[in-house]
Design a protein around this ligand. Structure first.
Ligand code: GDP
Ligand code: IMO
Ligand code: MG
Length: 431
């Protein structure tokens, strides 16, 4: 038996939340290890819909420990707002069931303002299309050693010191952008007001994980975003500001890499992307329109329409190698039901030259022309299928071809948003 790390294989929104929720039935601890409330995960359990951003997707199951690791950037107001919202749906959330790493860095209102101001000021190719949640600026402050952390909320004197340090950097910047400067006293007061709501959840996460290891408990590490949004391995600079690759699970939670276990890449049966940046297989046409409508491809966080396109096997193979994926969960296969033909991208052409990978250079990424292979579709429905036997032969052929091209086996198949519409092929917990 082993722990499991769940990561996205594409540009996010692959269905990580659904799979983490499904797998968490057998986990004792579910840990988020990077990102923040830029993530948006939709869970559907007996028709009841839960929308999560910052809370781990194990939160809806009773008796599990949900953990927000140090690798996450935490907006304290967003955290408390989400706890309240999910509680209203009948989910019990207490300091027993939820822990936030005391050493996690905070997202402050100034980070959101800087994020939005920069996006507004960015012209032409510079706009990233961020979620506007302050993620980038918060990680910048963390790395620059001027962040306010969860534990700082317990010490007023230190908090003031940290804020002064932070504002000495941000206020001149805001002034330069023509934005209003941060009111020091108001910010400190806001933080002191929210502190008593957040601090009961603050804890020493590495100890929880060490105890879990010693007691042989199962830990599920929940990634946000996807491999192509990884700050090192993604379509830089059109990425998020954290490492989404599974190596981050150990660092962003506080345990050794040996403890993170099986690596499961959540992979959509086609491709979507929110925000700016290269997207070789994008279908800005009827096909993309149909994928978007059938897949309900609208962002959970910002409501933006997701860009849609065919499955890109070159990109997912690269993601699988970079992440060391042991298997994938193939999701949203049902969205392809009824397509007469389905295309899969099997190679790239750039300036007449063929590539079997996505080169790092932005200039080359912009010029990628996908090379497609066309397969016949299927007219039967796979929606809600719960066993392999229910799948049409042509759908199985598609899955087999995907496995072959990405050189990684399918461990789980998902056929609808509902928790139980899931087919287990190989159990990740079995390693
Ligand atoms: P995440 O960010 O990776 O957790 O994914 P999101 O929740 O943002 O987006 C995935 C969307 O697809 C959600 O609305 C899910 O309810 C839905 N979904 C997940 N798996 C499936 C599936 O197999 N079929 C269909 N039709 N929808 C799915
Ligand atoms: P989940 O966990 C899809 C994208 C944004 C933007 C880029 C940078 O639901 O899969 P940021 O606000 O992080 O600085 O934005 O990353 N992005 C996501 N796209 N799903 C997500 O999360 C995303 N989180 C960030 O759209 O292109
Ligand atoms: Mg999402």
């Amino acid at each position: 038996m082993t722990n499991v790390v769940v990561v996205g294989s594409q540009w996010g929104d692959e269905g990580k939340g659904k799979i983490v929720d499904w797998l968490s039935e057998r986990a004792d601890v579910v840990v988020r290890f990077q990102g923040g409330h830029n993530a948006g995960h939709t869970l559907v359990i007996d028709k009841e819909v839960y929308k999560l951003s910052l809370l781990p997707s194990g939160i809806v199951r009773k008796g599990k420990k949900s953990v927000i690791g140090n690798g996450v950037v935490v907006d304290p107001w967003a955290l408390i707002g989400e706890i309240d919202r999910i509680r209203e749906q009948g989910v019990e959330i207490t300091p027993d069931s939820l822990m936030v790493a005391e050493n996690a860095a905070l997202i402050l209102p100034v980070h959101r303002n800087v994020d939005l101001a920069r996006e507004k000021a960015a012209g032409g190719n510079a706009k990233i299309g961020t979620t506007g949640r302050g993620i980038g600026p918060a990680y910048e402050d963390k790395v620059a050693r001027r962040a306010v952390r969860v534990c700082d909320l317990a010490d007023r004197e230190l908090l003031e010191e940290r804020i002064d340090h932070l504002l000495a950097h941000h206020n001149p910047l805001l002034k330069g952008l023509g934005e209003p400067e941060v009111d020091r006293e108001a910010l400190i007061q806001e933080l002191l007001d929210i502190a008593p709501k957040v601090l009961p959840y603050a804890g020493v996460v590495w100890k929880v994980l060490d105890k879990a290891r010693q007691e042989g408990q199962w830990v599920l590490f929940e990634g946000a975003q996807g491999l192509m949004l990884d700050v090192d391995h993604g379509t830089y600079p059109f990425v998020t500001s954290s490492n989404t690759a599974p190596g981050q699970a150990a660092t962003g939670a506080g345990c050794g890499p040996r403890n993170t276990g099986y690596i499961l890449g959540i992979t959509k049966a086609y491709t979507t992307r929110v925000g700016e940046g290269p997207f070789p297989t994008e279908q800005d046409n009827d096909v993309g329109q149909k994928l978007g409508e059938r897949g309900h491809e609208f962002g959970t966080v910002t409501g933006r329409k997701r860009r849609c396109g065919w499955f890109d096997a070159v990109m997912v193979r690269q993601a699988a190698k970079v992440a060391g994926m042991d298997g994938i969960a193939l999701t949203k296969l049902d969205v392809l039901d009824g397509f007469e033909e389905i295309k899969i991208c099997t190679g790239y052409k750039i300036d007449g030259k063929e590539y079997d990978h996505l080169p790092a250079a932005t200039g080359l990424q912009r010029k990628v022309e996908p090379i497609y292979e066309t397969m016949p579709g299927w007219s039967e429905s796979t929606f809600g299928a719960r066993s392999w036997a229910e799948l049409p032969a042509q759908a199985i052929k598609y899955i087999r071809r995907v496995e072959e091209l990405i050189e990684t086996p399918v461990a789980i198949l998902s056929t609808s948003p509902e928790r139980e519409d899931t087919v287990l092929v190989r159990d990740p917990f079995e390693g």
